[in-house]
Design a binder for this molecule. Structure first.
Ligand SMILES: [Zn+2]
Length: 138
């Protein structure tokens, strides 16, 4: 990615990341910003695969939840086998270790109560992996 005249950073201005090297994630809700050094820089990976993966974290989230609702309707039950059955509000939840793909198998329906519990587990997992900086909701 190179900076050219007339880009959104403005003509003649020093790019915000001039001179900065290394690994940066910005908490702007979209993952990488223009100009960030990709984490996989220098590694040989299939073209486009990782870029799509990262973009999918935030952009794909809403698209896929819309897709789920259009194809399978609003969540109306809880698929958690230990569900206490107290909540009557249901939501789609992405399964752990599954990517945001348009696959019904990657998602389960959970009540609000189980979803919160599930997310807590997920969040603790992310912190353990030192990726807590990255905004994630799933
Ligand atoms: Zn439940």
């Amino acid at each position: 990615m190179s900076f050219q005249k007339g880009n959104k950073f403005g003509v003649g201005r020093i790019p915000w990341n001039k001179g900065i090297t290394g690994y940066r994630i910005h908490k702007n809700g979209t993952g990488f910003q223009k100009g960030c050094i990709p984490w996989n820089k220098g590694k040989s990976t299939p073209k486009g695969e990782n870029a799509n993966h990262w973009r999918g974290d935030s952009v794909g989230y809403w698209g896929i939840h819309t897709w789920l609702q259009q194809h399978y309707g609003w969540a109306d039950k809880c698929e958690e086998k230990d569900c206490p059955g107290k909540s009557t509000k249901f939501e789609w939840a992405k399964l752990k270790n599954k990517p945001y793909q348009r696959r019904r198998d990657n998602f389960i329906q959970l009540c609000k109560q189980c979803h919160n519990k599930y997310d807590d587990v997920l969040r603790r997992g992310w912190i353990t992996r030192k990726l807590a900086k990255k905004t994630w909701h799933g």
